[in-house]
Design a binder for this molecule. Structure first.
Ligand SMILES: O=C1O[C@H](COP(=O)(O)O)[C@@H](O)[C@H](O)[C@H]1O
Length: 242
């Protein structure tokens, strides 16, 4: 399977490439399986991509949208990954409401929220407990510290192998996150990474040896396609290290 690093001159070119790749993966999935299951990242980097997708002519009724991680806040909170995506993309595109599957953040115990999303995904995919579904496309970002989804350095979520979804933690605050095994089952995993602040973590992630508990994005080892899309600011000097 393809594992590739692609470096684009600037953020605009990065977003254009990610848009073309996502549109192509959506059409392939719909042609082959009559639907496309996508898990999205949050944060700032994918926002222009989501704005572009909002205007795209896509088979919206065939697209099922999930999130790979979420901050434990209500959808109306400025930090909500779902809230951001809704405003920029999902409120604009003609996607049926039933095809949008935000992570729950209304349980008193975030573990219960993670368990509920796990259950929902299995039910939506028509699978039994203990199965690991294959998303058609998982979009990932990466923080300056090398975290991806809400798999943060030195946290318990990094060791969870028996569930689809678990509780992550950032600075003592809970997050909900896909686990490594669920991400690794995806048919296509696309990292979207922009900006010079990501250079140092990327250097560690692409070093021949290293520790995924320090740089969690290093632990992503999908059996399907893996594409690292970087802009030149993020990928500076990386071609040498790869
Ligand atoms: O907290 C998060 O951060 C990462 C990276 O975000 P960015 O702002 O540096 O693009 C993101 O991928 C993740 O989904 C989000 O919850």
């Amino acid at each position: 399977m393809t594992h590739e690093v692609l470096i684009y001159p600037d953020r605009q070119a990065l977003v254009a490439a990610a848009f073309d790749l996502m549109v192509a993966r959506i059409h392939t999935a719909v042609d082959e399986r009559q639907r496309c299951t996508i898990a999205l990242s949050g944060g700032s980097t994918p926002q222009p991509l989501y704005a572009a997708l909002a205007q795209a002519d896509l088979p919206w009724d065939r697209i099922q949208i999930y999130w790979g991680d979420e901050r434990y806040v209500p959808p109306s909170h400025p930090d909500s990954n779902y809230g951001m995506t809704k405003r920029i993309w999902l409120d604009v595109a003609p996607i049926p409401a039933a095809n949008i599957h935000p992570m729950p953040t209304n349980f008193a115990d975030p573990q219960a929220a993670a368990a509920e999303y796990d259950r929902q995904i299995l039910a939506d995919f028509g699978l039994e407990a203990g199965s690991m579904p294959a998303f058609d496309l998982i979009l990932l970002g990466m923080g300056d510290d090398g975290h991806t989804a809400s798999l943060f350095p030195h946290t318990a979520a990094l060791s969870v192998r028996d569930r689809l979804v678990t509780v992550g933690e950032k600075d003592g605050q809970p997050r909900i996150t896909f686990t490594y095994p669920l991400i690794d089952r995806a048919r296509s995993t696309i990292f979207l990474i922009s900006g010079a602040s990501k250079q140092s973590a990327l250097g560690e992630i692409f070093a021949p040896t290293g520790d995924a508990t320090i740089y969690p994005a290093r632990g992503i080892q999908p059996q399907g396609e893996l594409l690292w899309l970087l802009d030149a600011d993020a990928g500076k000097d990386l071609a040498i290290a790869c």
